[in-house]
Structure formats: structure tokens, C-alpha cells
Design a protein around this ligand. Structure first.
Ligand code: ME8
Length: 628
């Protein structure tokens, strides 16, 4: 039996979980559930990161001892995962005995490897990042490049890990295992980090008290990031459950967003190399979930109201929307109006109506599921498509293309709808055609059972509801055609996705953007004129404000064959850090211009109404691809 070990990051407890955390955990849940229905032995880990100066400080501010604070925060995470139907096998707390014992064993092994040494350290420290900011990232203002907050100068004796020693081995590993860091954009980013050279990193703090002490020097507390990475092994029972640890290590997938890939794809593998343990198979990073194009931030009021949307549309609609709408690896903007549209079109209409219609016809004309005795036109096409859907789904899931995976299933749902339509099954109730009617309804219901298996990793409650309505007593996870037993008594069937009335529910309306153009005719251009535009796909690799120009950002855009500097008037709508890694459409043959003393070689396209939203390709495409 294959094993499949999947992990989410362990989330900091210094704030409540939000939709971004939910997204990582839901995509990991899909993978875990998918591998379970394939028959793999799965272990799915999530949990919380409870140590470190940051958590300590927040606890102090709340007037609580750190442990009491963690005990208060942690249930907020476990309750959310329950509400989101997350099927994890373990929820790890870093304050647990199991983790502490495993971490000490790991640290001892690391020390014994000879790659840990003590040295004085001084540098600029960012508390929210919990890291020293390297020299090359420092600006004159000594501001954190991520949090834009002033850095603290810290001097202390620290233990260091000889990360620099592993530079060549890491490089070789990444080259020999092209899928080790996924997707490619992240792989390239980390290869360029490696190119610029790795420095040794400090792995302890003497100024921090909330954490695990080093087994070889109890005066020092292990740096929270080093401790956190070890959770992937301690949760298996590295010190406490040898059998489980050996069954599942190395992990198949460490899932996360792109913010923490350096720790996972460089530092963590080097630590494992130092103590001769196998490396995780894949470090996989998705993009940011944003709101109105901006990074989520509770303090700035940029939040996604998951609770309202789940209450209005149901949990599965929320899960479906996140998985169907966002292209994994790219940033995605959360829009309740799109959730509404997807709910009505895909869930209520395509799937819900199909189930209702087939069950309705069956109930009206048969007493239980009829036997498929009378084959006819279109049957084989539907059966074949069922099988190809399974194969395509597997490819998409292995590439983390959850949107394409769902689209593939929905192509099949729409094909079955068409089958019902093409065969005009409702006209076949006469005695001479009734056996054919029974066959079509059997096939349609078997197709729906099939669909229920395939959607079960994504929207598990809906999958179960469908099988219940079909009359199956236990959930059948096997996608093989013809397993549906005859004579089952189907239920009448409540709509699985009742219509949600926008006005009644006061669902958010899209902002009406003021059309800027005046009349149509006078604005017409010829096709030849349009063809003069050279539009290309580029990737934003850096973004920074322009002094004295509040509306402008200076962007460096990678077009595949060349890099361009572009000035864009989007600073009021996008924070620089959310832009990094975004694919955009660039007008590359625009005359260069100098704007506020900064040269601009091109222009990026954006929808520009009440708010400004960048035009991005629906899925990631090769850099330099022409847009026509
Ligand atoms: O980094 N969009 O914890 P953390 C998508 N404790 N995903 C998002 C997101 C967003 N807007 N915001 C957060 C830590 N995430 C460490 C991890 S692991 C050994 C230690 C998700 O609470 C995403 O998965 O800051 C991101 O990588 C993670 O939360 C960061 O969680």
C-alpha cells in the first residue's frame, strides 16, 4: 500500500486564523481525502506554532501567561478546522510533550553532526518575522522589507547552523529533482537565492524565554523557526512512535504559501542532510489570497468574512469556490459575487438540478433503481467519459491544479445533463420504451454516483448527500462504472443546493464601475491598429514605492527573454509585497517614458473603475506569451 504524508504549516497562535490559513488547510485536506479514496495510507498533519518571542509578547499584552494564552487560542484553530470539515489525522501543538521530546532528540542529533557552533551575533531583527534581516535586504531606514516596521538592533551569543556547507548539495538536489520545489516560479526564486550564496544561520536565542531549551546548552532557547520545522517529524512520533515515524517519513508534500518557502526548501532540507535523514519529496507553495487586491490584514480591516459566506451558501460552496476559482500558485482575489455566481451556475444548476431531475423521473416511473437492460445511443460515450475523467482528475491533482480538476469533473456533469436532454428520457415512459428509460436513468444515476466519488475530496458533505439520496447505505468510494446496485430505493431528494436569492440574502453587489468611455463609434479602431499592440505575459519580480509619488510603484517585470522596469499607478490599490510573483499583461511596445524621474519601459494592464484590479492570465502561462 502506498503511503501519503501531507502537512500544512503549523500556524502561529498570535492571531486568529483567517481565510488564508483556511485555504492552505482546505487544499491539503483535498489531497489527503483524494489519496484516501485511492486507497493510500494517509497521514495528514496540521497544528499550531506556539513558541517564540512574538507569541510571548502578544500573551503579555493580553495579560496572560504564554501557556494560558496558547490554551485559549488553540481551540479557535481546532474549531475552525472542524467547521471547515478538515480531515486531519493529528493536530500538533508545539507545547505538547510529544513535540518537545522529538525536538530535543533532533537538536541533539544536529549538535552531534558537528554542524552547530557558538558565535557572537549582532544584527537587525524583525519581531513579526522572528528573524534577523540579512545585510543585503537592509535599507537605510532599517525597516523590515515585509512588515515595513522598524527593525530592532540585537547583540547576543547564539548557536549557529552551518547552512553554508549545504549550498552545493541543495543545488544538486533541486536540479536532480525538478518537482522538489513546486511550482516552477518558486523553484526559480529559490535557485536565485542559492546563487547569491547561503550564510550560516543562528538557531538559538538567549534573549527569548518562551520556547524549548537546547539540550546541549539549557541557557539558550531554540529559535522558533528551527523548532517549528521539526514538527513535521515530531508529529509522526520521531521520538515517541517509531513505527508511525518509519511508516510515513519522508513527507510527500509540505504545503504552504509562498512566504515561507525559504525555510522549507533550503533550511529544513539542510538540517535533514546534516543528520542523514531523507528529505521531504515536495515543497509546494500556493499564492496569496487577497481582498480587493490587497494582502489580508485585520489591523487595516482587509478581511474576508468567511462566516457570512458559509452561512449564506453552505460550507461546500465556500470550499468549491476557493478550489475552483483560484489558480494554485498564483494570487487570487476573494470575491463574494463570484462565489454567488459559481453557486448558482455550477452547484445549483449543473449538479443540483441534474440530481433532482433524475431522481424525480425515477420516482415517478419506477419503484427503485431499474436494471440497465436496454443499451442505446450515447450510453458508451458517457461511460467512456466517466473513465477519462478519472484519469484526467489524477493528472490535475498531482499537479495541484484544483481548478482544472473541478472543471474536468464539471465537464462530465454537463455531459450527463446533455445525455438526459439528447435521449429525451422524459418521453420514454410508454410500456414499449420503458426499459430504455430505465437504462438511461440507471446510467445517469451511476454517473451521479461516479461524480459523488470524484467530488468527495473537494466537497465531502455534498458527495455524501448525493449517495444518500441515491439510496446507498454506506459511502462508496470506488470510481468503477456499474457498481450501482439495482432496486435501491432512492429518496425524494431535497435540493442539495437550494437557490440563494441575492436580494433577500443581501449578498454583496459588485461595485458599479463608472464607464469612462463616451460614445462607441468615435472610439472605433481598425483590427490592424489593434494588432500593433504587443501584449505579453510578464511576472512581477520586484515592486517598490517611488519617493514623493503616492500613487506610483516601480516594478521590475520578467518577460522571459528580458526584464523591464515599468512604472504603474497602482500604489493606492496594491501593497508592493502582494505584487511579487503575480503574472500580468504588459504592453511591451509602448514608447519609453520618464515618470517622476523614473524610467518606464512598458505598461501593465488593469481594470480601472472604482477600484483598480490588475488583468492577469486565468492560469499561469509561460513568460513572454503573447496576448491577442
Ligand atoms: O508562518 N493567503 O505561520 P503563519 C494564503 N508558524 N495563505 C495564507 C495567507 C493568505 N493571505 N495568509 C496566511 C508561520 N496563509 C509559521 C509556519 S511551519 C514549520 C511554521 C497561510 O501563521 C499560508 O499557508 O504566519 C502561509 O504559508 C501560512 O498561512 C503562514 O502562517
Amino acid at each position: 500500500m502506498n503511503t501519503f504524508y501531507i502537512t500544512t504549516p503549523i500556524y502561529y497562535v498570535n492571531g486568529e486564523p483567517h481565510a488564508g490559513h483556511a485555504y492552505t488547510t482546505i487544499v491539503s485536506d483535498v489531497l489527503a481525502r483524494y489519496h484516501r479514496i485511492k486507497g493510500d495510507q494517509v497521514f495528514f498533519l496540521t497544528g499550531v506554532d506556539e513558541h517564540g518571542a512574538n507569541v510571548h509578547k502578544v500573551a503579555e499584552n493580553a495579560g496572560l501567561a504564554p501557556q494560558a494564552y496558547c490554551d485559549k487560542m488553540t481551540p479557535i484553530f481546532t474549531e475552525l478546522w472542524e467547521r471547515l470539515n478538515i480531515s486531519h489525522d493529528i493536530f500538533l501543538r508545539t507545547t505538547s510533550d510529544m513535540h518537545k521530546r522529538g525536538a530535543k532528540k533532533f537538536l541533539t542529533a544536529l549538535y552531534d553532526s558537528g554542524d552547530v557552533y557558538k558565535a557572537p551575533y549582532e544584527g537587525y531583527y524583525c519581531r513579526p518575522c522572528e528573524r534577523f534581516v540579512p545585510e543585503k535586504e537592509l535599507t537605510d531606514e532599517k525597516i523590515c522589507p515585509i512588515h515595513k516596521l522598524p527593525l530592532e538592533w540585537i547583540e547576543e551569543e547564539n548557536y549557529f547552523f552551518r547552512l553554508s556547507k549545504y549550498q552545493d548539495r541543495l543545488l544538486a538536489h533541486i536540479h536532480e529533482n525538478p518537482l522538489f520545489i513546486y511550482p516552477e516560479s518558486r523553484r526559480n526564486e529559490l535557485l536565485s537565492v542559492l546563487d547569491s550564496g547561503l550564510e550560516d544561520i543562528s538557531i538559538s536565542r538567549s534573549s527569548v524565554s518562551w520556547g524549548i531549551s537546547l539540550p546541549f546548552d539549557p541557557e539558550h532557547i531554540v529559535y522558533v523557526w528551527i523548532e517549528a520545522l521539526m514538527n513535521y517529524m515530531t508529529a509522526l512520533g520521531y521520538e515517541t512512535d517509531n513505527e508511525r515515524y518509519h511508516t510515513f517519513w519522508p513527507a510527500n508534500v509540505h504545503m504552504m504559501a509562498k512566504d515561507i518557502t525559504r525555510f522549507h526548501a533550503l533550511i529544513w532540507p539542510a538540517m535533514l542532510m546534516a543528520i542523514d535523514l531523507p528529505l521531504p519529496k515536495q515543497i509546494v507553495a500556493h499564492g496569496w489570497l487577497t481582498k480587493d487586491g490587497e494582502a489580508l490584514s485585520k489591523t487595516r480591516g482587509i478581511v474576508i468574512d468567511m462566516d457570512t459566506d458559509i452561512e449564506t451558501y453552505g460550507l461546500d460552496a465556500f470550499r468549491y469556490y476557493l478550489l475552483r476559482e483560484f489558480s494554485f500558485g498564483n494570487d487570487g482575489d476573494y470575491r463574494p459575487t463570484r462565489l454567488h455566481e459559481r453557486y448558482n451556475a455550477d452547484l445549483a444548476n449543473d449538479l443540483g438540478n441534474l440530481l433532482n431531475r433524475v431522481l424525480g423521473l425515477l420516482n415517478k416511473n419506477f419503484d427503485g433503481i431499474p436494471a440497465p437492460t436496454t443499451p442505446g445511443e450515447f450510453d458508451d460515450e458517457v461511460k467512456e467519459m466517466a473513465q477519462t475523467t478519472v484519469d484526467k482528475l489524477d493528472e490535475h491533482i498531482n499537479a495541484f491544479a484544483f481548478d482544472s480538476a473541478l472543471e474536468t469533473i464539471w465537464e462530465f456533469v454537463r455531459r450527463v445533463n446533455r445525455y438526459v436532454q439528447q435521449t429525451e428520457v422524459w418521453t420514454l415512459a410508454k410500456p414499449e420504451t420503458k426499459p430504455r428509460m430505465g437504462t438511461i436513468l440507471y446510467n445517469s444515476l451511476e454517473a451521479l454516483r461516479f461524480v459523488s466519488v470524484l467530488i468527495s475530496p473537494f466537497i465531502p458533505d455534498t458527495a455524501e448527500k448525493i449517495q444518500k439520496q441515491i439510496g446507498l447505505a454506506e459511502f462508496d468510494t470506488v470510481a468503477d462504472w456499474g457498481r450501482l446496485p439495482v432496486d435501491l430505493k432512492v429518496s425524494k431528494g431535497e435540493p442539495i443546493f437550494p437557490r440563494v436569492d441575492l436580494k433577500k440574502e443581501k449578498a454583496p453587489q459588485p461595485k458599479a464601475s463608472k464607464p469612462k468611455q463616451k460614445s462607441k463609434e468615435t472610439n472605433l479602431i481598425s483590427f490592424a491598429d489593434f494588432q500593433k499592440l504587443d501584449l505579453r505575459i510578464g511576472n512581477i519580480i520586484s515592486a517598490e514605492p517611488i519617493e514623493g509619488a503616492d500613487r506610483l510603484l516601480k516594478l521590475q517585470v520578467d518577460l522571459g527573454t528580458e526584464k523591464r522596469q515599468v512604472v504603474a499607478g497602482i500604489a493606492e490599490h496594491y501593497k508592493p509585497d502582494v505584487l511579487i510573483g503575480k503574472q500580468v499583461i504588459v504592453v511591451v511596445n509602448l514608447e519609453p517614458a520618464t515618470i517622476r524621474n523614473v524610467e518606464s519601459h512598458g505598461m501593465i494592464l488593469a481594470a480601472s473603475g472604482d477600484s483598480v484590479v490588475l488583468a492577469t492570465p486565468e492560469t499561469e502561462v509561460p513568460l513572454g506569451t503573447q496576448v491577442k
